[in-house]
Design a protein around this ligand. Structure first.
Ligand SMILES: Nc1nc2c(ncn2[C@@H]2O[C@H](COP(=O)(O)OP(=O)(O)OP(=O)(O)O)[C@@H](O)[C@H]2O)c(=O)[nH]1
Length: 740
């Protein structure tokens, strides 16, 4: 009430201040917060939709446009130049007494990791469809990701202003391609000039937007008795019928009133909310972000149908009032340096507070900001349920759980185990019940790099600056791998694709002013040993007058679990027992470092265990000398035992109309694909699940488009590494050597 009075007062004095007062909702209950992700296939219109939301919420004074490069959420220079979203950005705005924290995420497959991170921080999702394209490849991917995170969602069918938009087709594809239960609360209607307005199924109104004030105001007109009204009434009845089949509360009301007409709009809204939060249905809305149509109703639907933070994350109740926050992104701000985006789940985060991150490291929050993409407003504290941008955190990485202390985390885990009736012993025995896992399970998974390339600074003097910049970029984007290749002396980047690497290069130039050179993009093969082998290496050398002397015996065997261990055979046990821990540590470090680069194509050596049989070290021998001896011994072993290549495999999910399935399958078999499953998807489509080597998939999406005349869609994600036959292996090696 006080809040409201204050707002009105400020409104009289200064309209601008109203916005900040409304943002005083910061003190609001977490039931009044919506943490939302906005997901879609590339170019469906997420950024344009977000711009409109900010505008109508009073957060911006002018509308940003992607083609003009002046949007709020695409704030990196690269995003504005390319017109695509690269980093998810967080924006906050008030809407009808609620506070919406919204993450705009990238649509391109190379940035799937970004989407994963964002999903750790939200309680619900808006999936934007391009009304002219329906459910596209990346829509399927993000939908599957939202499924994995068990997130309720709304669908916004955008671009409905376009003459080729087809709302029914979109709804049909939601059922057939995504197995969703769409519930349309709106339908499109166009006048003779093709101008779009919306029929509201619940209120039986026609909603019309005017262009002259950027769609800020819209009219609601009750439909007069007509064919259109009868049609809409029928749709309303169908909606109530469907909902009462899914929602007991509504079913009881329908039964007691014996009529659909008596069911109020409010009751329908509440039933939609319950069914959406329980993930039984997906409400579908429509509009045109570009033409400023339908956005306010989408914002209403976010408030009305998507859950608040209290309805989610119940597992974190075991923290009581202690602090628990999930780090979902680290960004670099030119003025403020690295900033950590934290979704606060429990407690209150205050400026100057001490925190502990997952690695146990202590951190201090020096400043807290509230997000508006690249603009921030400093605040002194943030409440549970909200998103905070923190300055001062140095070792925290994406995916960390921040708590007030290690003891607080342990206590919370104990409380959770007690609630679940799990004893410590059970917990240790049973992976399924691992409380740690559950606590951290919402953390994003970092995919293995499938491509790599070398990166070089413009001059030797900028090597250190380049390394520091890469370190920062890596904290922001854990799917970027940075390795140093001791053999070639090059820094090597690993990542998800060409665009991913390209963006890194561009960001190095625009944000760090380093014009790096990237080598050709190569597939990141791994290697594994062919057979076990043992070797003894003796090294003797005089360095600066001091005699260095090491004799080491190591064995390599195939093992997927442990990378280094001590040999257990009786002749070695005694000696190894007497080994000094420091020497063991040095040997371990040196030996493992040699697995970074296999002898065939320089790929990481995996599924290989190094066993230490014996090591004799002369008095005064330096650690670096022992380390080098261990590394050399392993290198020799890898060469003598020989290695096989393992190639990255992608899991593809293809949805194709029945009459194109045989063509798609024939093409897949030429690509060394292994068909995992073919299932029926609706009446007219099949879903094909296949695993195929990445090396066979270059240009596959356009090939699929050609084979299926544009009717098939697909998603692709890395799913591990697999051995190859000797012919394919020879080919791969020739390709890596630049001979093919
Ligand atoms: N006709 C029409 N064009 C639209 C509409 N919404 C967006 N666009 C245009 O579609 C293009 C892509 O829009 P974005 O908002 O950048 O799409 P996005 O989903 O954020 O794209 P990424 O960030 O690259 O994933 C831009 O040229 C927009 O102007 C719409 O409702 N109607």
């Amino acid at each position: 009430m006080l809040q409201c009075t204050l707002s009105i007062f400020l409104f009289r004095r200064n309209k601008l201040l109203l916005r900040y007062s409304a943002l005083g909702l910061k003190r609001c209950y977490s039931t009044d917060i919506r943490n939302i992700g906005i997901l879609a296939h590339i170019d469906a219109g997420k950024t344009t939709t977000t711009e409109r939301m900010l505008f109508y919420a009073g957060k911006t004074r002018a509308l940003g446009e992607v083609h003009r490069g002046n949007t709020v959420t695409d704030y990196l220079a690269q995003e504005r130049e390319r017109g695509i979203t690269i980093c998810s950005s967080a924006v906050t705005f008030p809407w009808n007494g609620k506070r919406i924290n919204l993450l705009d995420t990238p649509g391109h497959i190379d940035f799937t990791m970004e989407v994963e991170q964002s999903l750790c921080a939200v309680d619900g999702v808006v999936v934007v469809l391009d009304g002219t394209a329906g459910v596209e490849a990346q829509t399927v991917t993000v939908w599957t990701q939202a499924d994995k995170h068990k997130l309720p969602r709304l669908v916004f069918v955008n671009k409905m202003d376009r003459p080729d938009a087809n709302f029914e087709k979109c709804v049909y594809e939601l059922k057939t391609k995504l197995d969703a239960e769409p519930v349309c609360t709106q339908f499109p209607v166009k006048n003779n000039e093709g101008h779009l307005s919306i029929y509201d199924v619940i209120t039986l109104e026609q909603l019309s937007w005017q262009q002259k004030d950027y769609g800020r105001v819209y009219q609601k007109t009750k439909l007069e008795a007509s064919e259109a009204l009868r049609d809409l009434q029928e749709k309303r009845n169908e909606l109530i019928d469907k909902l009462s089949g899914l929602d007991d509360e509504l079913a009881e009301i329908v039964i007691s009133t014996e009529s659909f007409d008596q069911v109020s709009n409010e009751l329908i809204g509440k039933a939609i909310r319950r069914a959406t939060c329980q993930k039984k249905i997906v409400p579908v809305l429509l509009g045109s972000a570009y033409k400023n149509i339908g956005i306010q109703r989408l914002m209403d639907a976010i408030n009305d149908y998507l859950p608040n933070p209290e309805e989610c994350n119940q597992i974190y109740e075991c923290f009581g009032n202690d602090l628990a926050g999930k780090v979902f992104k680290i960004v670099h701000d030119k003025q403020r340096g690295p900033l950590t985006l934290v979704r606060l789940i429990r407690g209150e985060l205050k400026r100057g507070m001490r925190l502990t991150c997952s690695s146990g490291q202590a951190e201090v929050v020096s400043k807290i900001y509230e997000p508006l993409a690249d603009e921030y407003r400093e605040v002194s504290s943030v409440q549970a349920g909200d998103v905070a941008i923190c300055a001062g955190l140095k070792s925290t990485i994406t995916g960390d759980l921040l708590t007030s202390s290690h003891t607080s985390l342990k206590n919370a885990q104990k409380r959770l185990m007690k609630i679940r009736g799990v004893t410590i012993q059970q917990h240790e025995d049973d992976d399924e019940l691992s409380v740690d896992q559950e606590m951290f399970a919402i953390g994003a998974q970092i995919p293995d790099a499938v491509y790599f390339c070398s990166i070089e600074p413009p001059s030797i003097s900028s090597q250190t600056a380049m390394e520091q910049a890469l370190k920062q970029l890596q904290r922001e984007d854990p799917s970027l791998r940075v390795n140093y290749d001791a053999v070639t002396g090059q820094t090597v980047l690993g990542g998800m694709g060409e665009l991913h690497m390209d963006i890194i290069k561009s960001r190095m130039l625009s944000e760090y002013k380093i014009d790096v050179d990237l080598g050709p993009l190569q597939i990141a093969y791994k290697e594994t040993i062919k057979s076990p082998s043992t070797n003894t290496l003796s090294l003797e050398k005089e360095i600066a007058g001091s005699k260095q002397n090491v004799s080491i015996t190591l064995e390599v065997v195939n093992d997927e679990v442990e990378v280094f261990c001590l040999d257990k055979s009786p002749e070695n046990v005694q000696h190894l027992k007497a080994l000094r821990p420091r020497i063991l540590q040095v040997v371990r470090k040196g030996a493992i470092s040699a697995l970074e680069r296999g002898p065939r194509v320089g790929g990481q050596v995996v599924d290989t265990q190094i066993r230490l049989h014996n090591v004799l070290v002369g008095r005064g021998t330096a650690d670096s000398f022992i380390m080098a001896a261990a590394a050399q011994c392993v290198q020799k072993l890898l060469t003598t035992s020989g290695t096989r290549l393992l190639e990255p495999i992608m899991a593809l999910q293809i949805v194709a109309p029945n009459d194109h399935v045989s063509g798609v399958m024939a093409d897949l078999s030429r690509r060394r694909a292994i068909i995992k499953d073919v299932t029926t998807k609706g009446e007219k489509n099949k879903m094909i699940l296949v695993n195929a080597p990445l090396s066979e998939l270059s240009g596959y999406s356009s090939a699929l488009r050609t084979i299926s005349s544009g009717t098939a869609s697909m998603t692709m994600q890395p799913c591990g590494f697999s051995e190859m036959n000797s012919l394919d292996e020879t080919l791969a090696i020739r390709r890596v050597q630049g001979l093919e």
